[in-house]
Design a protein around this ligand. Structure first.
Ligand SMILES: Nc1ncnc2c1ncn2[C@@H]1O[C@H](COP(=O)(O)OS(=O)(=O)O)[C@@H](OP(=O)(O)O)[C@H]1O
Length: 459
């Protein structure tokens, strides 16, 4: 007998109650098992992840990236498995169909419930009018604002990240040590970004939030996994190789856009994407010649970079999809994504013992704490710009801006350290910029043609 049948039987015993009152009265039949299920699965999975982690000696885990990925993923299961089972349970029992949801029910609805279609229409119409007024007057300024914001925050972020991962920390008792747990840095970045966006949401006005929270899990998971792959890949490929691969990210982002959002791209968009990638490869290959051969690119490196590219492309496309489906603000997106990133990385770090180890390092070397804080501040500011760019211009423009960031960083270092740029590298940069201008030009032309067509059909 299903749970619904059981509660209906109880209802029938009490003739004075109508169907709705019965379902509300006996809501306990849904809520108690659901809470027990979530708590039990969480602890069960936590024990499993501890067991798996203890089953392999630390040295073995450190030696094999695939094993490390498995251990981390099993840790993420503490959140994903109970969440998935709760989702299935709620759908199977029709728990959210009840009209009078209590406090527990409202939390479940916030996490798993789809919004009322009427509310969605109101939210959509208010944001579309906002976009229309923006599009005519402020778009160019907005693009410049996103561009400068992303360049500045991630330029400083890159410098701090390199400092933390490479410098030797020294404390007052003259002890020295290096910090190695990159996953912890990802965690602190997410905690501050979550706190930052949460406080912003409390004190400022935002559109009504319609998106069920569980939808953020997908992009949150791919975001932290792509970061992980990026850090791990550096153990198998050189930094310039990684930058080189990342420079052609626009192509996977477009492919993923077709898969996730069924987007259609014009021919000129494909042509300019390929031109940009070729230009970047020409620029980077001729500019990093001296680093070649330091580390040999292995299969592991290639696999990790491929995983990074696909997950990173999915992240921005999924976020863009959520922006258009649920009409939310970029701060709401930032809060939702970082909430799950904190939970996923926090549980995983805790079960692996890295959380305590890193906090211990922080107390031993206070300057590390300060660096972490500054890094997280840059990361949070950077994320504000990332989400604003994706919501206003979409993932492809975002990836073009991040690609340009790499060109500018290298040009800046050439300028500061008086490095010589080869003719081929200069040609590469020229190809990138020609591709960008071509894209803008074609985009504008296409818009004008469409406007004219619209006018002639209306006239
Ligand atoms: N779409 C989206 N949403 C949220 N966060 C994002 C997104 N894209 C990039 N990032 C974060 O930006 C940091 C730099 O990432 P990348 O090195 O992949 O970017 S870049 O292509 O080099 O610019 C990196 O931060 P850390 O994870 O803290 O290292 C990424 O996670």
């Amino acid at each position: 007998m299903s749970r619904t049948d059981f509660s209906m039987k109880l209802c029938r015993k009490n003739n004075s109650l109508n169907l709705r009152q019965c379902r509300n009265r006996y809501s306990i039949f849904w809520e108690v098992p659901l809470s027990l299920l979530i708590v039990t699965l969480f602890f069960l999975w936590y024990l499993i992840s501890r067991f798996v982690e203890k089953a392999f000696p630390e040295a073995v885990i450190q030696d094999y990236w695939l094993l490390r990925l498995c251990v981390s993923s099993i840790g993420y299961g503490c959140i994903l498995i109970p969440g998935f089972v709760a989702y299935k349970y709620v759908n199977a029992t029709g728990y959210l169909d009840r009209t009078d949801l209590g406090c527990f029910g409202r939390i479940v609805k916030l996490c798993l419930g789809e919004p009322d279609p009427d509310l969605m229409k109101t939210a959509e119409s208010s944001t579309s009018s906002l976009v229309q007024t923006r599009s005519s007057s402020k778009k160019a300024f907005q693009l410049l604002y996103c561009f400068v914001g992303l360049q500045v925050s991630y330029l400083v972020w890159g410098v701090l990240q390199e400092k933390i991962m490479t410098q030797e920390y020294r404390n007052s008792s003259d002890e020295t040590a290096n910090f190695r747990d990159s996953e912890f840095l990802v965690f602190v970045n997410r905690v501050l970004a979550f706190a930052f966006s949460g406080i912003h949401l409390i004190f400022t006005r935002h559109p009504r939030h319609n998106c069920p929270l569980y939808k953020y899990i997908y992009c949150s998971l791919t975001n932290i996994l792509s970061s992980w792959c990026q850090y791990e890949a550096l153990k198998f490929v050189t930094f310039p190789t990684q930058v080189l691969v990342k420079a052609s990210k626009i192509i996977p982002v477009m492919i993923m856009g077709k898969v996730v959002s069924k987007k259609k791209f014009e021919y000129y968009e494909y042509v300019t994407a390929v031109m940009m990638s070729i230009g970047m490869v020409m620029f980077l290959l001729n500019n990093n010649g001296s680093d070649k051969g330091v580390k040999e690119t292995t299969i592991s490196g290639v696999v990790l970079l491929a995983m990074y590219m696909s997950m990173d492309s999915f992240t921005s496309n999924w976020q863009s999809e959520l922006f258009s489906a649920y009409s939310m603000s970029s701060v709401q997106m930032m809060c939702g994504v970082n909430l799950f990133s904190c939970l996923l990385t926090g549980v995983s770090l805790f079960s692996q013992g890295i959380l305590f180890r890193s906090f211990e390092f922080m107390t031993k070397f206070p300057s590390f704490g300060m660096d972490c804080f500054l890094l997280s501040l840059c990361s949070a500011t950077g994320q504000l710009f990332i989400f604003h760019t994706i919501s206003t211009f979409g993932p492809v423009v975002f990836v073009i801006i991040t690609t340009l960031r790499q060109v500018l960083a290298i040009l800046l270092s050439c300028f500061i350290y008086q490095h010589h740029l080869s003719t081929f590298a200069v040609f590469g940069v020229a190809v990138v910029f020609i591709a960008i201008f071509l894209r803008i030009y074609c985009n504008q032309r296409l818009r004008n043609i469409r406007k004219q067509q619209l006018r002639s059909t209306q006239g």
